[in-house]
Design a binder for this molecule. Structure first.
Ligand SMILES: [Mg+2]
Length: 228
């Protein structure tokens, strides 16, 4: 019997790649203008800062997604005042939020889950602050029963600690939790290893997996209807 449905956010509830491309372009334009960099050099610096942050913070924690830290490191690398870091961060997120659109079927899927009295949770690799803002902008925050972020667990999917906290908050055994996400390794295989029921959001060719896949969230209500 299905009791809870837990969702990844980025790439699952909205098209992260499309919104990120817009945000990164705006950030690149600003940085090149303000600091006299070429777009190629800015991209290099971004990568370099990402690697440095991973060395300093470790790879299995939400700090590696913290753009304020990443932009601070870029400014340090270029000898610019770190006071620009919040401006860069806000520019990135404001632009991403502007272009972020709910994936088709999102609202219908969330409405279906609530109508069936199922618990609706979030399990995401990221700091909590911006994930709340994204859910609010997507218009679904009021429907979310619980949140688990890798900031809270100090562990990133597919680390079992994040999935364990999801089941603890859902207050039901993992076998009664479905986990919906677009990452095969992080979401589907991680949820499966934790004893949950994975649902892989994947619109490409599927090779051999022994759990359900859906090409879009539009297909989710029908699939869940069979399970509850
Ligand atoms: Mg994702």
């Amino acid at each position: 019997m299905l009791k809870a449905v837990i969702f990844d956010i980025d790439g699952t509830l909205y098209d992260y790649d499309a919104a990120h491309a817009r945000a990164f372009a705006a950030l690149t334009d600003y940085a090149c203008d303000a600091f006299g960099l070429t777009p190629a050099r800015f991209e290099e610096l971004h990568h370099e800062a990402d690697m440095l942050l991973r060395q300093r913070a470790g790879v299995n924690c939400a700090a590696i997604h913290n753009r304020l830290l990443r932009y601070q490191v870029i400014l340090e690398l270029t000898g610019q005042p770190v006071g620009f870091a919040p401006t860069l961060e806000r520019l990135y997120w404001d632009t991403l939020l502007l272009w972020m659109k709910p994936n088709s079927g999102l609202h219908e899927a969330f409405d279906f889950i609530k109508s069936k009295g199922l618990i609706l949770g979030i399990g995401t690799n990221m700091t909590a602050d911006w994930q709340y803002v994204k859910l609010e902008k997507l218009g679904v925050l009021h429907q979310v029963d619980f949140m688990v972020t890798s900031e809270e667990t100090s562990a990133e999917k597919p680390d079992p600690r994040l999935f364990e906290l999801c089941t603890e908050k859902a207050k039901c055994p993992p076998s009664e939790c479905a986990f919906v996400g677009d990452s095969l390794k992080g979401d589907a295989l991680g949820a499966k290893a934790a004893g949950m029921r994975p649902i892989w959001l994947h619109d490409g060719a599927v090779t051999t997996v022994d759990f359900p896949t859906i090409p879009s969230l539009e297909a989710l209500p029908d699939l869940l209807a069979k399970e509850c």
